[in-house]
Design a protein around this ligand. Structure first.
Ligand code: NAD
Ligand code: UDP
Length: 316
């Protein structure tokens, strides 16, 4: 007799990362429950699965408990863009703490394995470069980013305590900056802002002098790593990201060179608590999962640019 398909719960499944994960699990013949409060997610991202017998959409806020029968929980619910998580910072902290608490409680009740989407932001403004999992970070506990950074840190701590106290199977993924199709037009992060500005022939906005760095991973590579990680026996925390580090100015110049319109770079006031540099050390993921990102930055940028171009033309 064939094994019955795995039952997955994806919180934040209508969002950017979550909806790509929904696609991948559905295409592998697994069952998916997508749970979302639609704060930054949209039905548009998952509408192609509505009506499929293996797919269920539950509008729900993770700060409220829920009872479901599942084998695996992919806990992604939380706004990821600074402008969105700073919109209501108290709600962001609640989503991280209470949302993770509720999902760990569910995992305990039904014996599900749970993967928690943590972030490179747990390293704050890092004094160690590149960042490896052993580094415990340099986070401002009272700054404007702390609702998110500290929220993710306490959520990681909850995951470990549930594992130690209740033997829950946890996977903590420290995800670094990820980009690709389905980022919102009003997402407010670097790649979407600059690509949209370049398509519209507007100035490319850089906060500060542009010497700060980031390392951007294309969505397809990131989803590969999440799936391999969930299937592995390692609990993490595990860095998942692309170690190709570029300054914001280099990225702006690259996007400028891809544009058929003449665009300029406009320097704006630097953001409060903006980390100066960020690059993942990914040897753990490489050793444990045999994973490393494959999509080159200029290739991923081209795909994402085409996505925004279509979106802006269709007006949807
Ligand atoms: P996103 O904003 O596109 O998706 C988050 C989803 O969670 C949205 O669909 C939103 O509506 C939903 N959500 C938010 N609060 C909720 C709540 N209280 N209850 C139920 N649903 C809620 O962001 P994303 O880029 O897809 O990020 C997904 C996860 O990955 C987040 O936890 C984020 O912290 C983490 N992450 C993302 C990145 C990145 O670069 N995109 C980097 C590091 C970590
Ligand atoms: N950034 C920028 N212009 C923008 C948006 C972002 O210069 O229009 C900078 C931002 O100050 C930060 C970097 O790009 O230094 C990455 O920002 P993003 O919001 O994409 O991600 P995060 O800061 O959360 O890593």
């Amino acid at each position: 007799m064939a094994a019955s398909p795995l039952k997955n719960l994806i919180t934040g499944g209508a969002g950017f990362l979550g909806s790509h994960l929904v696609d991948r699990l559905m295409r592998s013949g697994e069952k998916v429950i997508c749970l979302d409060n639609f704060f930054t997610g949209s039905e548009e991202n998952i509408k192609h699965w509505i009506g499929h017998p293996y797919f269920e959409l539950i509008p729900h806020d993770v700060t409220d408990p829920i009872k479901l029968d599942v084998d695996r929980i992919w806990h992604l619910a939380c706004p990821a863009s600074p402008i969105h998580y700073q919109f209501n910072p108290i709600k962001t902290a609640k989503t991280s703490f209470l949302g993770t608490y509720n999902m760990l409680g569910l995992a305990r009740r039904v014996g599900a394995r749970i993967l928690f989407a943590s972030t490179s932001e747990v390293y704050g403004n890092p004094e160690i470069h590149p960042q490896s999992e052993e580094y415990s970070g340099n986070v401002n506990p009272i700054g404007i980013r702390s609702c998110y950074d500290e929220g993710k840190r306490v959520a990681e701590s909850l995951c470990y305590d549930y594992m130690r106290m209740h033997k829950i199977e946890i996977r903590i993924a420290r995800i670094f900056n990820t980009y690709g199709p389905r980022m919102l037009l009003n997402d407010g992060r670097l790649i979407s802002n600059l690509l949209i500005q370049s398509i519209n022939g507007e100035d490319l906005t850089i906060y500060g002098n542009g010497y700060q760095t980031r390392s951007f991973c294309f969505i397809d590579d990131l989803i590969d790593s999440l799936i391999l990680f969930m299937d592995s026996s390692n609990t993490g925390p595990m860095n998942l990201g692309n170690p190709e580090e570029l300054s914001i100015l280099e990225i702006a110049n690259l996007i400028k060179s891809m544009s058929d319109k003449k665009v300029n770079i406009k320097f704006l006031k630097e953001l409060e608590d903006d980390p100066f540099r960020r690059k993942p050390e990914i040897s753990l993921a490489n050793k444990e999962l045999g994973w490393r990102p494959r999509i080159m930055f200029n290739e991923g940028l081209k795909i994402t640019r085409e996505y925004f171009q279509k979106k802006l033309t269709s007006g949807k």
